[in-house]
Design a protein around this ligand. Structure first.
Ligand code: NDP
Length: 384
């Protein structure tokens, strides 16, 4: 039976890996909409290859180029933020949310409103909207499947168990490319070094987040919303091999872990096939070759991001949205060569100190906090 699919952020790392799985089993899928921001060439190529009904570019200025690239194909085109939401609102069996950053939030909320299944990679949307998003999921009867490898692992380890029986959830972290670097070395780290992740091949923003450990901070907040066991039952452990993707410990002393190759096609496949399984081109783990698995407590003196995320979720209100927005601004500035690596978390911390954001009650409130936090963080960049 054919299932319908929309991919928000189809030209990115998660989007392309999703389409790689679809490509291997074309007859199982009918692609409804594919979206990008400004990468019109790849969007048009993918829309033609997969026979999408609709192709959308978030950057409205790129629409004429997209129209030209898809002329004669019969594929509908549109551009701009509102067009992204309209595409996301079309009913489909599964929507893969793979836009990077809070820019993906409004389309994610539009997808939730159509009440289908949402495979969420776009963690910044859930971090920013938190309770607003979980309330919308419940109101519209939508199903959220986590694509993030750690949350997908936890989701799998929870299957068939009761959340009340969970003693602790452990999120594993690779520690990123700078795990063993001194603070002095971190101060001199370049964007090129930061995006060279030892285990995962990802987009630039999440690669920098992995290097600062803010990725794990965002994931801590994401886990708090997805798996409501209480903050004291959530912990982060550094596991450099990225073989165990996370673990759930139960009150009887059993710990369930999910293991797999460091390849996002594994958690993506788990979402696409859920509640069944599907083939992937990946070889199973060869544990004797891997040899050893090691674990460490995170060093929050060198990598303060996880502390900032924990404090933001404890503060509540608009603090998580502020943390996320300030981080997006600081990471963009780092990638553009405007600030040093260690300034990223400093800008996030200063923004949180200077802006006490109100608790958002709806999507517009979240977007308001996001906008204001970006202004405050940008002001701090000037002071740097
Ligand atoms: P990429 O940067 O590779 O891709 C981002 C996608 O979003 C692209 O399609 C891009 O379009 C689109 N996009 C960017 N900005 C906008 C905008 N303002 N409006 C509309 N579309 C936009 O990111 P990743 O695939 O690495 O990450 C996507 C999400 O998944 C992130 O939230 C990340 O944290 C999460 N994630 C990623 C993992 C990975 O392995 N990559 C692992 C786990 C989670 P264009 O190409 O035109 O710029």
């Amino acid at each position: 039976m054919t299932r319908t699919l929309t991919i928000l952020g189809a030209t990115g790392s998660v989007g392309e890996q999703t389409l790689d799985l679809v490509r291997r089993n074309r007859e199982a899928w009918q692609v409804e909409a594919l979206t990008a921001n400004g990468n019109v060439t790849d969007l048009a190529r993918l829309a033609r290859e997969f026979g999408a009904k609709l192709a959308i570019c978030g950057d409205e200025g790129c629409l004429p180029e997209l129209r030209e690239a898809l002329a004669g194909s019969g594929i509908e085109t549109a551009g701009g933020a509102q067009a992204l939401c309209e595409a996301a609102a079309r009913p489909v069996d599964i929507t893969v949310a793979a836009i990077v950053g809070c820019a993906g939030l409004a389309p994610v909320m539009a997808a939730i409103e159509q009440g289908g299944t949402l495979a969420l990679a776009n963690k910044e949307a859930l971090v920013s909207a938190g309770d607003v998003m979980t309330a919308a999921l419940a109101r519209h009867g939508a199903t959220l499947l986590p694509v993030d490898s750690e949350h997908n692992a936890i989701f799998q380890c929870l299957a068939g168990n009761r959340i009340e029986d969970v003693a602790r959830i452990t999120l594993t972290a690779s520690g990123g490319p700078f795990r063993t670097w001194s603070f002095e070395q971190l101060e001199a780290a370049t964007p090129k070094q930061a995006v060279a992740h030892p285990n995962w091949d990802m987009g630039a923003k999440i690669s920098v987040d992995s290097a600062t450990m803010m990725n794990k901070g965002l994931e801590f907040i994401e886990a708090h919303h997805l798996f409501p066991v209480g903050l004291d039952r959530l912990r982060i452990v550094v596991h450099p091999q990225s073989v165990i993707h996370s673990m759930v410990e139960y009150r009887d002393g059993s710990t369930l872990a999910q293991l797999g190759p460091s390849d996002m096609r594994v958690p993506i496949a788990s979402c696409l096939a859920w509640p069944q399984r599907m083939d992937t081109p990946l070889a199973p783990l060869d544990l004797p070759t891997i040899g050893e698995l090691s674990f460490f407590v995170p060093d929050e003196a060198r990598f303060p991001a996880t502390r900032l995320a924990r404090e933001a979720i404890e503060t509540g209100g608009g603090a998580p949205a502020t943390l996320n927005a300030a981080n997006e601004v600081a990471v963009a500035a780092f990638l553009a060569g405007q600030i040093g690596f260690t300034r990223i978390t400093a800008v996030v911390e200063d923004t949180l100190h200077r802006y006490s954001a109100p608790a958002p009650q709806c999507l517009d409130d979240v977007l308001g906090v996001d906008r204001e936090a970006r202004v405050r963080a940008s002001e701090l960049l000037e002071i740097a």
